[in-house]
Design a protein around this ligand. Structure first.
Ligand code: PMP
Length: 287
């Protein structure tokens, strides 16, 4: 496997950064997860834009242009002979001294890994998955905006541990107000009375690229939709629930905290949106 590291393609075993990188010392950096389907990047511009937005939030100057990074991803895919892949692009703060000051790190480290990802087992996509609502709440925007995709994922990891302890694959996280925000690595949707409902970005979430694609598809299919705040009761009483993410795509949730959602099967609106999503991906021409 070849990894793109600061402008060069290197073998995986040589893809190394120093232990003095603040990405490692403090989780100081930003990243993106992007998919390539049939040789074409899916929503590349949106991902690169979000990477730069995240970097601006933490005052990190990315040492490449957006186009240079898109070209670098293409180069890495080709070097690994891949048309379908999960791409991880990171920009760390780089090497510095011990101590937090990020401005003592003059050279960010940028790297691109192309690999596979299987977040959830295949059968979960057919039968739906069970999740919990975590006790750990999502980081508030007044602490560090969840809209920035930083390398500091411990808030999500602690909630993920709750999920694993409960024997399920994902956890939904509440915000400070007690409304549902998002999952540890996916955005949240429910369907109630034929309307698709998802928490607004003001709920303190990562503005997911897949979330936006799904909202656009719902509009195109003329499925009523709303971005609004809601609490756990609205979810327990929902007809359908599903999660969206670059790695997960669209996955149905059929049980929350041991309670069955709707009729406990993948619902018709989830199916329609999943079919439309697959069609969109399938229509991607090589490029
Ligand atoms: N929320 C969080 C916390 C995430 O890590 C992700 C995955 N990047 C998402 C939502 C889904 O976002 P996207 O559709 O852009 O992958």
């Amino acid at each position: 496997m070849k990894v793109w590291l600061n402008g060069k393609l290197v073998e995986k075993k040589n893809a190394k950064v120093t232990v003095f990188d603040h990405g490692l010392l403090y989780g100081d950096g930003v990243f993106e997860g992007i998919r390539a389907y049939n040789g074409k990047l899916f929503q590349a511009q949106a991902h690169i834009d979000r990477l730069f937005d995240s970097a601006r939030t933490i005052r990190l100057a990315i040492p490449y242009t957006k186009q240079e990074l898109i070209d670098a991803i293409g180069e890495t895919l080709r070097a690994n002979g891949r048309k379908d892949a999960y791409i991880r692009l990171l920009v760390t703060r780089g090497e510095g001294t011990l101590g937090l000051n990020p401005f003592k790190c003059p050279n960010p480290n940028t790297f691109i890994i192309v690999d596979d990802i299987a977040l959830y087992p295949r059968e979960m996509y057919d039968s739906g998955m069970a999740v919990i609502i975590a006790k750990t709440i999502r980081t508030s925007a007044r602490m560090l905006t969840p809209a920035a995709k930083t390398m500091n994922y411990l808030n999500n990891i602690v909630a993920k541990i709750e999920a694993v302890d409960a024997g399920v694959a994902e956890a939904i996280m509440l915000n400070e107000q007690g409304n549902l925000a998002e999952c540890t690595g996916d955005n949240l949707f429910v369907v109630k009375d034929a309307q698709v409902v998802t928490p607004p970005t003001s709920a303190g979430i990562l503005p997911g690229i897949t979330r936006k694609v799904v909202l656009d598809l719902a509009r195109k299919l003329q499925i009523p939709l709303a971005e609004k705040d809601f609490g756990p009761d609205f979810l327990y009483e929902a007809d359908e629930c599903f999660l969206t993410g670059t790695a997960a795509e669209i996955i149905s949730v059929t049980k929350v905290d041991g309670q069955v959602i709707g009729d406990g099967k993948v619902g018709p609106v989830t199916r329609r949106l999943t079919d439309a999503f697959r069609e969109l991906i399938g229509s991607q021409q090589e490029g």
